[in-house]
Write a protein that binds this ligand. Structure first.
Ligand code: 3Y8
Ligand code: NAP
Length: 249
């Protein structure tokens, strides 16, 4: 039976994999939640929107005769990864998580590791700082309680309603970002603290490299724990994985 892949996307690795799969003319669909207005152009057919929980995903997998699932979602997309694990286990469909290693603190880095978003909020309880919140849009509301800071917000889309911060600037920009631009951004706004997820990969790393060069403090949010499944860090390795996991008749 010919493979028919579902790739859960939304990351640079998913984009790299899509190019590899398209070149091999393997049947595949690239899936997005539909979180932002514009999705990067892709060489594979796309589907956009939730599946309706793990049951909805199971129905999708069966209806579309999916033979393999590659979970190439962001390391913080924990719910999607959980649903993929549950659905693939129930249907005995091979699942591979394509992810990227965590960023590692260098001796000269000024990082404070925190366990999750709530702990990052608590870390901002002190005196007024100039903070870059480089965590996107979905969790901004949790920081509203700390009005003492100036905030530099980096968002993919222009917010529909103004964020409820007393003193902020919104930078509307989607990655991947460059170190040069992030250094300029941090210096322009005289930023002295960055809140970031330990996303790994290159697409969001620019601010971390910029903070390293400028000696800026980073509140680094550790990744959520994801279900144990086979993992690869290299899009190219997915082809070998497919060979070792042939599509069942
Ligand atoms: C919808 C559409 C590619 C994918 C590119 C990567 C890199 C650029 C860096 C900062 C950090 C952040 C955010 C970020 C990056 C890549 C990747 C990555 C971080 C797009 C995309 C979708 C999303 C969703 C969006 C979240 C938000 C997070 C912004 C596409 C552009 C902060 C994560 O407004 C919203 O609702 C935004 C939601 C989830 C986190 C949040 O809580 O707000 N990503 N980002 C995907 C979907 O609908 O399924 O893929 O084209 C994709 C990318 N964003 O092909 O090159 O691989 O990580 N995305 C973080 O790391 O903290 C920005 O500003 O420094
Ligand atoms: P999440 O919290 O793990 O998932 C919430 C719900 O969104 C899921 O249960 C599912 O809805 C839907 N969903 C998530 N990813 C999907 C996908 N690729 N295709 C179809 N439905 C999807 O996810 P998230 O953190 O909001 O991330 C959403 C998307 O943004 C993902 O594609 C992720 O790769 C991308 N992204 C996220 C981050 C981040 O910081 N979280 C960063 C960069 C990119 P149903 O339950 O209805 O199926």
């Amino acid at each position: 039976m010919q493979p028919n892949l579902l790739i859960l996307g939304g990351t640079s690795e998913a984009t790299s994999l899509a190019e590899i799969i398209a070149k091999q003319a393997i049947k595949a669909t690239l899936s997005y939640a539909g979180r932002v207005e514009r999705i990067a152009p892709q060489p594979l057919p796309k589907r956009v929107g939730g599946f309706g929980g793990s049951d909805g995903l199971k129905t999708y997998l069966k209806t579309n005769h999916i033979t393999h699932v590659i979970d190439a979602t962001h390391p913080f997309a924990a719910q999607m990864s959980e649903h993929a694990f549950v659905a693939c286990q129930a249907l005995n469909i091979p699942l591979l998580r394509l992810t990227r290693p965590e960023w590692q603190k260098m001796p000269t880095d000024n990082w404070q590791h925190v366990a999750d978003m709530n702990a990052a909020v608590s870390a901002l309880a002190g005196d007024a700082r100039r903070v870059m919140l480089a965590i996107g849009r979905m969790h901004l509301g949790q920081f509203i309680q700390h009005q003492q800071h100036f905030y530099l917000l980096r968002l993919v889309d222009k917010p529909e309603t103004p964020p409820q911060f007393a003193d902020y600037i919104a930078e509307i920009s989607r990655g991947p970002f460059t170190v040069e631009n992030d250094i300029a951004l941090l210096q322009t706004h005289n930023i002295d603290m960055i809140v970031a997820k330990n996303a790994g990969g290159a697409g969001a790393f620019a601010k971390i490299a910029a903070a390293r060069q400028l000696g800026i403090e980073v509140i680094m949010i550790d990744r959520p724990v994801l279900p144990k499944t086979e993992i690869s860090h290299e899009p190219q390795q997915v082809l070998d994985w497919l060979k070792h996991n042939p599509a069942l008749p």
